[in-house]
Structures are given as structure tokens and as C-alpha cells.
Design a binder for this molecule. Sequence first.
Ligand SMILES: [Zn+2]
Length: 476
Amino acid sequence: MPVFYDSHCHIMNLSHPNLMALLKRVFMDSVPRRLIWLFEHLGAIPLFLKILIWFLLFLPLLVVLLLVVPFVLFMLLLLLIPPAKASLVEKLKEKAAKITNLLAVMETEIGDCLIQLEEELRKQYETKGGLVLYGGSGEEVCDRIVMTPLVMDFGLKNYRNSKSPYKVRWKPVVSQVEDLCLGFRNYYLYRSAYIKSAEGPLPPLFEFHPFLGLNTVNYQLQSSPAREGHSSFLEDLLEKNFSGFECDTSPEMRRINLSKRDWSTFDGNIESIGPYDFAGIKVYPPLGFNPWPEEGDGYPDSSEMEREREKVLYLYDFCIGHNIPLTTHCNDGGFLVNNSYREFSSPEKWAKVLEQKVEYRALRLNLAHFGGAEREDWREMIAGLLLKYDNVYTDISYQGVDRKIYGRLKLLLDSYGADRDRLLKKIVFGSDFMINLQDIASYGKYLQYFAETDAFTLEEKGLLCHENAMRYLFLM
Ligand SMILES: [Zn+2]
């Protein structure tokens, strides 16, 4: 098992996320918007109702104040006790250091970010020549790490609701792809200036096969009526990036075709990006991608709902016809830009997709994050789908920021008794780097927690970071 797969990570810079969309949800879709509505309509309401509203409005505030004031006083009191003060200050410093670290990694050029990751890992495993996995009394050295950075389609079509003079009107995914591919190129071109050994130059530790971020909401089918602004067609996007995949009749063919891409020769021209530059597709429901548009999902009318449904059907048929792995965010957190999108992430939506027709059993799907640590119901549902459908997988990205997660995962798997081994073959390792830096100091540390946990044997670790990943990616 010389190749380690990190099947869920993100490599982006500060210009890529749609920060306006997030700000809008935090400040406008929540309390302030409701308050504004209330103040606007207050004049028309009878006096006794007004008094009642004010009372109800301030009741929670009063309760919060009663809880917060003693808490603040308690914290201030703690600050008077030197050991407690030191630990509190330490915690604040730690959080600030993590945020600074995340900002630094998002601000530096992507190639430099990747070089720094390799420098860190080379230092960590100095004499071993790669990442070392431990298990029982044995160990295994992985001298190559395959990363599949997931591009996210941050474009949103709801800008019309914005009252600002200037709006985020288009946030094309192509500029993100351009930055990412230039980053790959720069990693290969400049790494030797930083990474050296006494024996001479070292071969690159990383290999990259990105996933294309796609939100069908931002595209239209050629058959649909034209809409305002310029149109991007779903058919063109998929054809441009994945034509040729349908001829890969075996995983070996896919592996050979993907390995032909030499990123060091990328000329910076987005037009030269095409088949085999991406290994799969990433969809992200918190940004509005709806896996199964249906009544009650907030569409203005049924024809709009039908149009969205047609697009996702096209996408699934295309993915199946071309054997494209499709990763979807599947926990109820994330970069949520509208509260009504929260349920789009639910595995229940995917259960509806998979049961549409027997052909959909061939959909190569990764329900990422295993539902998240807080949603046991989602996790259970995902486990059911993993057991029911051969081509459905899940990943454990982000959760490994806490080294105890692996012990808990082992307990969960053990509780499935006879199905344990079948489930274990459907779980894929992922880091969720660089998002995970909110809760962990570095990429090396995240990998180290996995490499060193005694919750899994060396063979079981090999399933998660090698075999299962390769099967999901149609490389084995
Ligand atoms: Zn992620």
C-alpha cells in the first residue's frame, strides 16, 4: 500500500468562497430581518398586542441576560485566580493561532501552500521517506499521497434579493479552477527549491486529481427556455471535462488516463483544461444544490421545480454513463447560505434518488462526513445506504480533528455485528483540509492521528486510505 489517498480536501484561496452569501444569511436571514419586519408593521397593530409583542420579545432577552451576567461575572472572577487565568488566556491564544494559520494558508499562493504541506510531512517522517501508518506491531510507508481537492461552485443566482448597490452577480468556478491548476503547476516547478535531502532531489510526495464543483442551479439545459444574463449549459460543462470517461471500460484504463496529466506543463489557460483533468464531481447542498427537487422545497412554481429535477436527472445519467464519482456534502453544517437549504444535505434526499430506477444503483456516490458527528439519525441512514447499494460510499473527513473519533467509529462499526466488514469496505479516508484547520494545527497532525490510532489494524487502515478510495474513484 505505497499510495495514500486523501479523498476529501479543499485547496482554495481567500478570493474563492462567497463571503457575501454567508454574511447575508448570518445578518439578514436570521434575527435582524425579522426585527425589521416587526418594526415596519408595528404601527398597524392594536396597543395590547404591541405590549404583548414587546413583552415576548424581551422575555428571552431577560432570560439570556440573567444567564449571561452571572457567567461573565464568573469568568471575571476566574481571571483573578492565576492558574485559571493562564488556562483561559491559553485557550484564547490557541484559537487565535488556528484562525491566523487558516488565513495564512488561504492567503499564500496555492503552490506554496502545497510545498509547505510536503515540507511538514518530510520533516515529520524524516528518515522514512513518506507517511508511516502503524498498526499492531507493523508499519507501512506511503511514499505517495494522492489528493483529490474538491472545487466548490460558490456561484449563486439569488443576488437579485440583495439591496447593496453592487452585488456578487457571478462567481465563476473557472477562476477557482485556474488558481488551483496554477497552484499544482507551481508546486511541481518550485518544490525542489525548498525540499531537499542529503541524497539529492526527492520525487514529489503529492499527486493531484481534483473534483469539479458543480451546482446545477447555476446551469441550464440546452432544451430549457433562455433566461436573463449569459447562460452556461450543463451539457457543455460535462462534455468538456468528462468526455472520454465513457470509453474507460476498466479501472486500469481510468488510472492510466488520469496519470497522463502533467501539471508542471499547465500553461495557465483555462481552455486547455479538459478530459481527465478532473477525477470526479463535487456537489454542495448548503449552497443550494438540491439532490432531489420536489414539492415543498421552496420553488416558486412547479415548472421551476421540474426544471431543476430535469437537470439533476441529466447529471446522474451522465455520471452513470461515464462512471464519474460524485461526492456530496452530507452533514447538516457547512457553508450554509440559506436556512432552507439545510435539509438538501440530508441522506434522505439521496435515498429518494437511488430508489428512482434500478440503473441508479450504478451511481458512484460518496455521502461525505458520514452525516456528521451530531446527527446520529443521518449516520444510521447512511450506513443503511452503504449496505444496500454497492456503489455508495461515505468519508470521515473533518471528524479526525479529534483523535478520539477513530475509537468511536470502531464502536459504531462493531455494533453492526455481521455487517461490520461490509461497512468498513465503504468508508473512505478524508481530511477536509484546509477547512479542518479551524480545529487542528496542521495537515501533518491530522494524518498522524489516523496513522497512529490503535482503533484499526494496519489492514483496516489500508481499506480506508487506499482500497476503498480506489474503488470509489474507479481506479480499482
Ligand atoms: Zn469538505
